[in-house]
Design a protein around this ligand. Structure first.
Ligand SMILES: Cc1cc2nc3c(=O)[nH]c(=O)nc-3n(C[C@H](O)[C@H](O)[C@H](O)COP(=O)(O)OP(=O)(O)OC[C@H]3O[C@@H](n4cnc5c(N)ncnc54)[C@H](O)[C@@H]3O)c2cc1C
Length: 459
């Protein structure tokens, strides 16, 4: 086996690894990235990139059906699902090719193709086996991401189901897709399928969707999706699934009685699990939790000095932008002054339409954590721009610490909510009182001015 020594080996080509590899190499470190499939990981290849491309197609179809509301006659909408997926695949391929090009002809950082596994130590160097090579390294960064978590459901191994990784490869539009799970992937994918012409049923084990959000937010998303004829079943346990003549029969238990639902397609959206079980962590003593999450401190250091961790496998919020920011934390720790840590404000979005843009605490969390909070809520139906655009669903909720006038959290459930919420994100990062936004001049008519209206209502 060929053996080569590096300063840093990064296992997994996820969101942190490519920019981190570039920064470390620029600072003079010898760096290798090992990727077993495609650079860009979940986000580029089957997650954020293609889902948002298909969300865009689904929105065009939806708006086209509403054309008469805008005074237009355009006839029936005819969806070419294979072409919708092909558009998304092209965007994925361009993005992936851009990442590949960064390594073309490069010895540092070097890209090694293959599955990587830690294999103990050689003196003060870690051994990493990758394909038919052994890479020895002073430091190792783990950035291996997650895969679909598939429940041990009776009959599932006999059924050709969809999940968040294979959906892009299935060119046929489902007649009726039953989704197991009511998290954000199911909500986004459910609305996509519905708008492109499928019937959609979402089965949720709990009492409501979007359990991390405030109840009013979850209820509003549910209302929107129900208004588009997506069906929900709550407190529902899937007992078994069986292949039948035209798809799958899903047997569910609800309040003690069992009923069968027929699906042309089954979509399993029951969460993600970390890719840490085949990483050789035990050979060097890296500690994980029961669920395979790697334990880290706020510097992203694991329990073993010299081994660092980035992205979804370090627990906490699982988003592309958090994994990407982990690169900045690690660059600060490995080649910088160590001042950047994971003490940070983390925003996120649910890309339904309307979108949910979120930052900071929910109202429930804020009321638990702070003695005195001020909450303001404004409806999108009162925004001039939303009325003009014909997109009046949703609301804005902003929560402030009454003692300091600092924002504790905000939700923007609106068309473009994922964009609009950045005004609140920046206000929180600036640690500025809400009066800064209240007293600014915003452009009329914009959706953004309604974010100002919300803080104005705080008093
Ligand atoms: C359907 C879907 C939609 C999503 N939409 C969004 C969104 O809109 N916005 C958002 O912020 N997040 C979204 N996410 C989440 C986002 O994709 C992840 O949070 C993000 O990709 C995590 O990045 P990561 O760096 O941890 O790892 P990943 O991006 O998963 O990359 C890990 C890489 O490591 C490789 N690997 C694993 N093990 C090994 C090994 N032993 N050896 C070599 N290589 C290995 C894998 O092949 C993979 O390429 C979505 C996820 C899904 C599934």
């Amino acid at each position: 086996m060929a053996e080569q020594v590096y300063d840093v080996v990064i296992i997994g080509g996820g969101q942190a690894s490519v920019p981190l590899a570039g920064s470390l190499a620029q600072a003079g470190r010898q760096v290798a990235v090992v990727e077993r499939k495609h650079l860009g990981g979940s986000c580029v290849n089957f997650g954020c990139t293609p889902t948002k491309a298909v969300v865009a197609s689904a929105k065009v179809a939806h708006q086209a059906r509403r054309a008469a509301e805008y005074g237009l006659r355009i006839g029936a909408v005819d969806v070419d699902f294979a072409a919708v997926l092909e558009r998304a695949r092209r965007i994925v391929q361009n993005s992936r090719a851009g990442l590949d090009r960064r390594f073309e002809g490069s010895d540092n950082p070097r890209l090694v193709r293959g599955h990587a596994r830690l294999a103990g130590r050689d003196g003060d160097l870690f051994r990493v086996e990758a394909g038919n090579e052994v890479l020895k390294s002073r430091q190792v960064v783990l950035n291996t991401g997650t895969r679909s978590s598939i429940p041990p459901l009776d009959g599932l191994d006999q059924v050709d189901y969809l999940d968040s990784e294979n959906w892009l490869e299935r060119p046929e539009l489902p007649g009726h897709v039953v989704m197991i799970g009511g998290g954000y992937i199911a909500l986004e994918m459910g609305q996509i399928y519905r708008r492109l012409g499928s019937n959609v049923t979402i089965l949720e084990r709990g009492e409501r969707i979007a359990s991390h959000e405030d109840e009013d937010v979850a209820a509003a998303i549910q209302n929107v999706l129900e208004s588009e004829a997506i069906s929900f079943a709550f407190n529902t346990d899937v007992q078994r699934v069986r292949k039948d003549d035209s798809g799958t029969t899903v047997s569910v238990d609800h309040a003690g009685s069992t009923r069968d639902i027929h699906a042309s397609h089954l979509f399993v959206a029951t969460g993600r699990q970390p890719n840490t079980d085949d990483l050789g962590l035990e050979t060097v003593g890296v500690e994980t939790t029961d669920h395979g999450i790697v334990g880290v401190d706020e510097r992203l250091a694991t329990s073993v000095a010299g081994i660092w961790c980035a992205g979804d496998i370090r627990g906490g919020p699982m988003f592309t932008h958090t994994s990407w920011d982990d690169y900045r934390v690690l660059a600060s720790q490995i080649i910088g002054d160590g001042s950047r840590t994971t003490k940070r404000i983390i925003p996120y979005a649910i890309f339904t339409d309307p979108e949910v843009g979120r930052v900071g605490m929910t109202e429930r969390e804020a009321r638990q954590a702070h003695a005195d909070v001020k909450v303001a809520r404004v409806e999108m139906r009162d925004s001039s721009k939303a009325i003009e655009r014909g997109e009046t669903e949703g609301f804005i909720k902003v929560i402030v610490d009454a003692a300091t006038d600092r924002l504790l959290g905000a939700t923007v459930l609106a068309a473009e909510g994922s964009e609009l919420v950045h005004m609140y994100i920046d206000l929180m990062n600036a640690d500025a009182p809400y009066s800064v936004m209240r007293d600014a001049i915003h452009i009329h008519p914009t959706m953004a001015e309604h974010l100002q209206t919300a803080v104005t209502r705080l008093g």
